[in-house]
Ligand binder design. Structure first.
Ligand SMILES: C[S@@+](CC[C@H](N)C(=O)[O-])C[C@H]1O[C@@H](n2cnc3c(N)ncnc32)[C@H](O)[C@@H]1O
Length: 160
């Protein structure tokens, strides 16, 4: 199963970008053993529309345009469901075992994600109840994707 990230907001050079690259690189190397492949980060700049509703609608349209047909869609939102790392790995492994070919994980911009996306989404997950900036969210989810691969492959990176 191919996994990609969709993110509103550009990630400038710096520690967050380095960390995202480090974990996605590890994911790419370890993923093939468990049938998971990382595709890309589809990054779009924030809409410049003057009102938040319009900005979110425009950003949602870009997400839907970049979404492969039939892709599983997971939204990241602080109001979403909290999973521990094993449950997240199980969720990914479950989609893979159902024969899903594509999975996209979406991160919103400063205004969050458009309400219309929640009906299309297969799951809405949180990374804790606190609100994180999109740069850190990318880092956190990249690490959790790598951790999920190590859990699915039985690699000792993940210890509880
Ligand atoms: C700065 S936050 C936007 C907050 C916005 N006020 C809202 O209501 O969603 C940018 C994006 O980071 C992600 N995000 C921030 N905190 C998160 C958390 N605790 N769990 C999951 N995703 C989070 C979400 O995708 C969010 O759209």
């Amino acid at each position: 199963m191919r996994i990609g990230l969709f993110a509103v907001g550009r990630l400038k050079s710096g520690p967050e970008k380095d960390l995202v690259a480090r974990y996605l690189d590890r994911f790419a190397k370890a993923g093939s053993a468990v049938g998971l492949e990382f595709t890309r980060v589809a990054e779009v700049g924030e809409s410049r529309a003057s009102n938040a509703e319009t900005r979110k609608r425009e950003e949602a349209a870009m997400l839907l345009k970049s979404l492969a047909e039939g892709s599983v869609l997971i939204l990241l939102d602080e109001r979403g469901k909290a999973l521990d790392s094993e449950a997240f790995a199980k969720l990914l492994g479950g989609y893979r075992d159902q024969g899903k070919r594509e999975l996209t994980i979406a991160i919103g911009g400063a205004d969050g994600l458009d309400p219309s996306l929640y009906d299309r989404a297969d799951a809405t997950l949180c990374l804790g109840k606190m609100t994180w900036p999109h740069q850190l969210v990318r880092t956190l989810i990249a690490e959790q994707l790598y951790r999920a691969v190590t859990i699915l492959s039985g690699h000792p990176y993940h210890r509880v």
